[in-house]
Design a protein around this ligand. Sequence first.
Ligand code: DSN
Length: 439
Amino acid sequence: MNLASQDPEVFAIIEREKKRQKEGLEMIPSENYASAAALEAAGSILNDKYAEGYPGRRYYSGNVHIDEVERLAQARALKAFNAEGYHVNVQPYSGSPANLAVYLGLLKPGDTIMSLRLDQGGHLTHGSPVNASGKLFNFVFYPLDAEKEVLDYDAIQKLAEKTKPQLILSGFTAYPRKVDFEKMALIARSIGAISMADISHISGLVIGGAHPSPFPSTDVVTTTTHKTLRGPRGALIFCKEELREKIDKAVFPGMQGGPHEHTIAGIAVTLGEALRPEFKDYAAQIVKNASILAATLIKEGLKLVSGGTETHLMLIDLRPFGPGRGVFVAKALEAAEINTNFTTVPNDPSVPFYPSGIRLGTPALTTRGMKEKEMVVIGTWIAEVVKAFATTPLPDEKEKRAQAVRDFEKTLEGHETVKKIRERVKALATKFPVPGIDA
Ligand code: DSN
């Protein structure tokens, strides 16, 4: 029996989500659309098999085809990333367990890890005090250059010499500039530390040649598989051969039980797609689109962190309107069916829950086939919404803030600007197919 007849309730929810995806613009830079073929593999009967262990060394019988699929995913991953001399573990359920597996596999609790400040573009799993990484390890953070809002490699080198971390982490979640992975690896090597790059956001750009690669300079590389790589939700850990045993043991049995082989099959399909020549065009177009979108926002008078972008994402700095305006702008954009997320900007004068920035990017729109022309139009709409709503002040009193946001949301319902932009968004978005729905 199919889903529609067996469970119309769940079916209807999925149908509503399809409509939302088709009629809106997805500009959260970590989101994308997996292909219909990747979703088919990820939704396949491979779901039903237990396969604890690794190919050829399983704790359950009946894994002959599971071994085939996992080995295929590994081979394609190494080829796609041109990661000769590396081992890859394709089992992590997602980015957070992948990063934790690396820390637990290669370090002892209490060891020192150096990473980018979380409010300047780092990630929850890069040492946030509320995350297991921050609870178990001693993180020291490097800031961005205060003026240019970009990485300052000399300052990172000095901090590394002073704090002597066992591992230095690069690769970020809200950083719009290219990362010099070779330089980061050299800094790590100079103090005898392990170099690690979390390239979750940019892995599609790396494969497509639109961002410098962390291979072969970096000891350990992690990535999720669903961002610019546009596959099912999972993660990969690449490590130099000599670290293989420690990494594999850290994933299983250290962190996880049975691997999700249906997801791994979907990831294999995605990596197969990434190996095709047209993936290069896709990666280049993401960056081209981002640069046109950024130029449009700047032309409209908005300020961007670091003055622009060299990747798939950018951060609108709303400080010129006042502190803590991100939530209002993100809600107004959402009401107009443009999805972004509010985020901190470097040295944000507001609190993390009500930050002063908006993070947005082009991977998903590029997958739908949008190009420079659409970016100019969308950039103009975004700027109009920002200018209309970033003027809303965030109350100074902590206890009044949630109510202020609720009141603000009510004003969006019949707002003329929101209505106008939403209609335009829908007319544009429905012209472009969503893979997995239309393909
Ligand atoms: N949630 C992802 C992002 O949006 O960047 C990172 O985990």
